[in-house]
Design a protein around this ligand. Structure first.
Ligand code: GLC
Length: 477
């Protein structure tokens, strides 16, 4: 089975958010199911500079109603799999991976069409085209409507984050001759936006957790597309993301002060003490050390965490926040850390090295997201014995099992997206933390949970087969 992945980012070449991990790691797991994934990425100027010696394989045409653009095609082997790099003027014009909406839309539409043309021109025909997020969604519409000829090729679209629909991309779609979706379930404002347009042409839509697939069919999470998504319920499936257990392994993580495993949990304390020392805090083993490692985005509920901690003045805790993002959220975090220097720190950086040390030393990992399509941090937290305290939403609900007794649960969940609900949940967690035996049980169950990619890959590969069989049946061949 040959599958073309289209994505804006993928490890190890381009990494901004969780999408990169999925697009980079899932193909490796799919290979074990006999699925040959080739991945196409935009050839961003930054990547071009890094791969300066790479020679172009071909140029292909990207047709527009007002003329033709040229895309360059480079290819590279990563992990024994081909990665196509699609370059050209619209990509050079918007060099940051994510920047201004209109320019990004033009860049990503150009990329998607260029990628399909490249496969055709170099003689590699996928049996499934699998697009990720709004960036790649228009290519599915183009494949279906531009007389490209791949009418029997199933089109899958994975939604990693529904609110990002490519708003501002209306003109760019028209510029590439893509007409508005004609699905009566789509509201007018959505018909000429990249993500809904792609969804209207996809054979299957997937989300990155089962709960999120259900949630987006409701007004609270559907962003105005809930009726459309509910009308597609039979073609909408949630497949949980995984993590690579070799990449995330506290027993072999070179960043840690001290490595540890399920049967040597006591060594974790060295990592906790090391963190307390960095911030000049009392090196108390019993004081709960709380952490958040996240993009500072309204989605992630950093404000909820800060307000909840304000409400827990009477309780002992220490708190580390690592991440950057929205300037308003950064300012709030800075003010909070300044007011609580003796026990709170804010490090406005993406720092993979420090993040590993925090996962390994923190007692609890806070993930109070307002919505969470899957979430990666809680999976790493579980694997590293940093017990997750999470909002019961999306992938968080699907991966953290609520603490129920000495023998059951891997973390703590709360329902309402408000500081009081989180504060109550934290109070409960901190009480359990005081009982070292119960706490170690929680940690061990979390560390033993299996969130490797194997299960996801099996589901995607089944879906590819099903989608192919459906298309064959429909076209009578
Ligand atoms: C987006 C979502 C996150 C998900 C990731 C990868 O970043 O916000 O929940 O884990 O995509 O699918």
């Amino acid at each position: 089975m040959k599958v073309l992945f289209l994505a804006a980012e993928a490890t190890p070449l381009v990494k901004v958010g969780g999408l990169a991990d999925v697009a980079g790691e899932l193909p490796r797991a799919l290979a074990r199911h006999g699925v040959d994934v080739q991945l196409a990425l935009p050839f961003y100027p930054g990547l071009k500079a890094e791969l300066a010696g790479l020679r172009p394989l071909a140029t292909v045409e990207v047709p527009r109603p007002d003329g033709v653009q040229t895309a360059t095609v480079h290819a590279l082997e990563v992990d024994g799999r081909r990665v196509w790099l699609i370059g050209g003027e619209p990509i050079d014009a918007a060099p940051a991976v994510y920047g201004a909406p209109e320019q990004d839309a033009a860049k990503f539409i150009f990329f998607g069409i260029g990628a399909l043309q490249a496969c055709r021109s170099l003689g590699w025909e996928p049996e499934v085209v699998h697009a990720h997020d709004w960036h790649a969604a228009p290519s599915l519409a183009w494949m279906r409507t531009a007389s490209f000829g791949w009418d029997r090729t199933p089109a899958l679209l994975t939604v990693h984050n529904l609110p990002y629909m490519g708003t501002g991309g209306e003109a760019a779609l028209a510029g590439y001759g893509l007409r508005p979706a004609d699905d009566p379930q789509l509201p007018d404002w959505a018909r000429q936006l990249p993500l809904p347009l792609g969804m209207s042409h996809a054979d299957w839509i997937t989300t990155v957790s089962p709960s999120y697939a259900g949630e987006i069919q409701t007004p609270a999470f559907g962003c105005g597309l809930e009726a459309f998504l509910a009308s597609r319920a039979g073609r909408l499936r949630g497949i949980l993301n995984g993590i690579d257990p070799r990449v995330w392994n506290p027993g072999a993580d070179a960043a840690l002060e001290r490595r540890y495993a399920i049967d040597s949990l006591e060594y974790r304390l060295t990592n906790k003490t090391a963190l307390q020392r960095i911030f000049g805090w009392p090196e108390h083993g019993r004081t709960p050390l709380l952490a958040m490692i996240t993009r500072l985005d309204v989605q992630k509920g950093v404000d909820l965490a800060l307000d909840a901690l304000e409400a827990l003045q009477d309780v002992r805790w220490q708190f580390i926040l690592l991440g950057r993002g929205d300037p308003a959220v950064e300012a709030q975090a800075e003010a909070f850390a300044a007011a609580h220097r003796d026990r709170a720190a804010f490090i406005p950086q993406f720092d993979p090295f420090l993040s590993r040390r925090i996962y390994a030393g923190a007692d609890m990992l806070l993930v109070p997201s307002r919505y969470e399509p899957c979430g990666l941090a809680q999976l790493i937290g579980l694997r590293y014995g940093a017990v997750p305290v999470v909002r019961a939403t999306g992938g968080l609900r699907d991966t953290v099992e609520p603490y129920a007794s000495e023998a059951q649960g891997t973390g703590f969940l709360f329902d309402r997206a408000d500081p009081q609900a989180l504060a109550d949940s934290l109070r409960g967690a901190i009480q359990v933390h005081a009982d070292t035996r119960r706490w170690a049980g929680l940690q061990r169950r979390g560390m033993a949970a299996d969130f490797s990619w194997a299960a996801s890959a099996a589901e995607y590969s089944d879906l590819y087969l099903q989608a192919s069989a459906e298309r064959r049946a429909r076209s009578g061949g």
